[in-house]
Design a protein around this ligand. Sequence first.
Ligand SMILES: Cc1cc2nc3c(=O)[nH]c(=O)nc-3n(C[C@H](O)[C@H](O)[C@H](O)COP(=O)(O)O)c2cc1C
Length: 381
Amino acid sequence: MKPASVNDYRELARRRLPKMFFEYIDGGSYAEVTLGRNVSDLEALALRQRVMRDMTSLDMSVEVFGQKMTMPLGLAPVGMAGMYGRRGEVQAAKAAAEAGVPFCLSTVGVCSIEEVAAAGTPPWFQLYMLKDRGYMRELLARAKDAGCPVLVFTVDLPIPGARYRDVRSGFTGSSGVSGALNTAWQGISHPEWTWDVWLNGRPHTLGSVSGAIPQGRSVTDFLSWIARNFDRSVTWADLDFVRQVWDGPIVIKGVLDPEDARDAVKAGAQGVVVSNHGGRQLDGVRSSVSALPAVVDAVGGDLEVFLDGGVRSGLDVLKALSLGAKACFVGRAWAYALGAGGQPMISKMLGTMRAELATAMILTGCKVARDAEKSLLDVAS
Ligand SMILES: Cc1cc2nc3c(=O)[nH]c(=O)nc-3n(C[C@H](O)[C@H](O)[C@H](O)COP(=O)(O)O)c2cc1C
């Protein structure tokens, strides 16, 4: 199948990846209500069709923290991407750099900060608050040394949401002979992945944090270290600690509530990502797009407001911009593309999103993406 849309990359990834990795990417928490809402609330917004407006030239670029983005879309942090494609984070970083958009490296990436930075453009770096503050200090210093321009501080995961699919697929650990057979079978029955990732994509550790547990051998060892290190005592005051070590822009990721957004401003952040972690944390909360307008009203003039969650096309990007987002980030879209066929597929996916955004701008009469506003939406929607 020649992929034309994000759903097509999803289908290709489903065929190519072992079940446990596909389900990990695709799934959400609990009944996946929020995951569904992220997509359906964006779909439900109607754009206003406008005609006869000479749309020969379009400007999609935006500037964020002094960095020019060729379009208002970036790649969100996605954990363990190196298990979906050989050295997956490096492939994604190259595709993003080629497209002129930011790539944000997850704390729990298979490739380290240094490996990704050495491939070309230093990534934005995403960090969770870890109990081991000394180790956090080290990580932040490494990100700075590697030239990472922006810190994305994820705040919606003091504890991981329960993801039923990960239990069923064996992702969260399988024991005994049947568990081992299940894992082995998932690999053997996906020979392309076995060749690309299992045999030629090593080491399978969590690159940036691998020094924290020298005895760690597998991704599961590292994930359990991370799980033990999530810090649920974290408060806004702890951001002072981060600020002492990190003097660049800080983006708080995982804000849905306008009051939290105001606190982010008070704490000195330069940006927020309106996000519910792609419906992977507290199920039943509202979609990110439905939370966006109130956050923009509360803090839009004080810091950059980004959105992620449910973005599956360039049309979705324009809808989010019209509600006040400076730019969007995609998580699953690039993870599916990576699983479907690595860097070329991510590049293709970004090209498709760019073309879709252009089409949406032309058909709504929006010449400059930065100027998108509510009037692009049909008020009845
Ligand atoms: C497989 C997967 C792994 C993720 N890992 C991280 C992570 O390590 N850190 C983080 O801040 N967010 C992580 N996220 C959340 C994404 O950054 C983003 O918020 C979410 O994917 C946006 O929703 P979308 O997938 O509908 O685009 C992950 C999402 C997925 C799908």
